[in-house]
Design a protein around this ligand. Structure first.
Ligand code: CU
Length: 489
């Protein structure tokens, strides 16, 4: 038996003291246990309603009957206990996205995390980290069921407070971007041309295009995509939530989380710039001011906005989704009238801006090659996704890549499809080292958008023993094969 400090303080008597004394040398990273004393946080998974607007009320699955789920503030390195109750009829997984925790709490059945049984409960304890913006969301399979998995309302923000917080801002605001009312379509409306560098690999392009042509020539339609009818920031459609209230001269720190199941999002605020200070919660090497943020599924951007342009403005999506709710009003003290929108200047999102190119990244111990392919409409009209020609299945648990603890690996990802894929690695952070042929360093992330027919290299140290899931963060892609496991010995 092991015991943490909180439990130790809760218990009394010689027996408890004896247990504490015998096991205090070794603090486990994380584990599940039976409830003793109060938890730091309680999360209850249950059906509920989200009022996006007075005439748009969505019935879905929520955390603590609210959307987004409650902001969970944790302190780096200080053990936290969370009670998770599942008041639904289906087993659930709650994933601590972006944190480095043990497989017994990470929230991925593929890694071996136990399910939170239907109408069941789990208490988990883990040591939070790394510091910065993280989030939590369901990791349940949805497949063709658009009421399940991340298509519902199971998402909430996490902030892991660093041991030393600079705190150079007047307001700190979390913005969770999320779509509702999903439906299947045969054509995607995903923005595809906002990434820089835009260099495509000709070999990947010709192999992807010829595979697609061959599929269409056989009479297959384009595989299903998912579209949405309602868009929201912090659970409200544009114009229906409380505005962000600011004063001239304030520094406002925005933590933007893309909580979508499948969408890539953009944000702009007319007359203002975003000074990007962190990506996926990790401070960037080079702070840069940009007019537009682009945020892949599962990504986070922390940016400071200097409020120097009084008025009433729309902070919103640069595309038509803004007209369907993807925005929030920013209102300066004393300013009146309707919120204004003006389109930002043409702008490309380039991860390289936030990195450093001066020193080449250290040579890794090993390079792992990966090619991503789409098998168009191969599974009941759904695209099947392949990593090195294998679609992941829970039965075979392949593809699987073996890692040795402490070694540094380079992942060379080659995308032989025309979609952008937000690639996510559990239980690790990785460093971007090459984007579309350009060398970089110092950008630490846990999700990265890989452009259509593009190549990217990311480096990471295998420092989380056991299985770690690697997958495209789009629910529609991960459910149809776009996953793999790393096994660290
Ligand atoms: Cu994908």
């Amino acid at each position: 038996m092991t015991i943490d400090r909180r439990t130790f303080l809760t218990l009394s008597g010689a027996a408890a003291l004896a247990v504490g004394a015998s096991s205090c040398r070794r603090a486990p990273e994380s584990r599940a246990s039976e409830p003793i004393g109060p938890a730091d946080y309680t999360i209850r998974i249950a059906p509920g309603l989200v009022e996006l607007a007075p005439d748009r009320i969505i019935a879905t699955t929520l955390y603590n009957n609210q959307f987004p789920g409650p902001l969970i503030r944790l302190r780096e390195g200080r053990a936290a206990t969370v009670d998770i109750y599942n008041d639904t009829d289906t087993p659930e997984q709650l994933h601590w996205h972006g944190q480095i925790v043990g497989i017994d709490v990470d929230g991925s059945a593929e890694e071996g995390t136990p399910f939170i049984a239907a109408h069941g409960h789990r208490r988990i304890t883990f040591t939070p980290g790394p510091p910065g913006v993280r989030f939590y969301h369901t990791h349940a399979f949805a497949g063709p069921d658009l009421r399940a998995g991340q298509y519902g309302g199971q998402v909430g923000p996490v902030y892991v407070e660093p041991k030393d917080d600079p705190g150079a801002y007047d307001q700190e605001i979390f913005l969770l971007l999320k779509e509702f009312e999903p439906s299947f379509s045969r054509g995607g409306d995903m923005p595809l041309h906002f990434l820089a560098p835009a260099d495509r690999n000709k070999e990947l392009e010709s192999s992807g295009e010829s595979a697609m042509q061959a599929s269409l020539a056989k009479g297959l339609p384009h595989g299903f995509e998912v579209g949405y009818d309602a868009f929201s920031i912090n659970g409200r459609m544009l114009g229906h939530g409380e505005p962000i209230r600011v004063k001239p001269g304030e520094r406002v720190l925005l933590h933007v989380i893309n909580g979508s199941a499948t969408e890539i999002r953009s944000l702009a605020l007319p007359g203002h710039l975003f000074e990007v200070v962190a990506l996926d919660g990790n401070p960037v090497s080079t702070r840069v001011q940009v007019p537009v943020l682009w945020i892949g599924t599962g990504e986070r951007v922390s940016a400071v906005v200097m409020m120097t342009h009084p008025g009433v403005w729309i902070l919103g999506d640069v595309g038509e989704d803004r007209d369907h709710g993807m925005g929030i009003v920013v209102e300066y003290t004393g300013a009146k009238g309707k919120p204004h929108w003006t389109a930002p200047p043409p702008f490309k999102w380039d991860y390289l801006r936030f990195g450093k190119t001066s020193t080449p990244p250290p040579t890794p111990d090993e390079t792992i090659e990966m090619v991503f392919r789409k098998d168009n409409a191969a599974l009941n009209g759904f695209n099947r996704w392949l990593i090195n020609d294998v679609a992941f299945s829970m039965k075979s648990m392949t593809p699987k890549f073996q890692l040795q603890h402490g070694k540094r690996y380079r992942l060379r990802m080659r995308n032989a499809s025309d979609d952008i894929h937000p690639m996510h690695l559990h239980r690790h952070s990785f460093e971007l080292t090459r984007v579309a042929g350009r060398q970089t360093g110092g950008v630490i992330k846990d999700v990265v958008m890989l452009g259509g027919y593009q190549e990217m290299e990311v480096d990471f140290t295998a420092d989380s023993p056991g299985l770690s899931l690697f997958h495209c963060h789009m629910q529609l892609h991960m459910d149809y094969g776009f996953m793999a496991l790393f096994e660290c010995h």
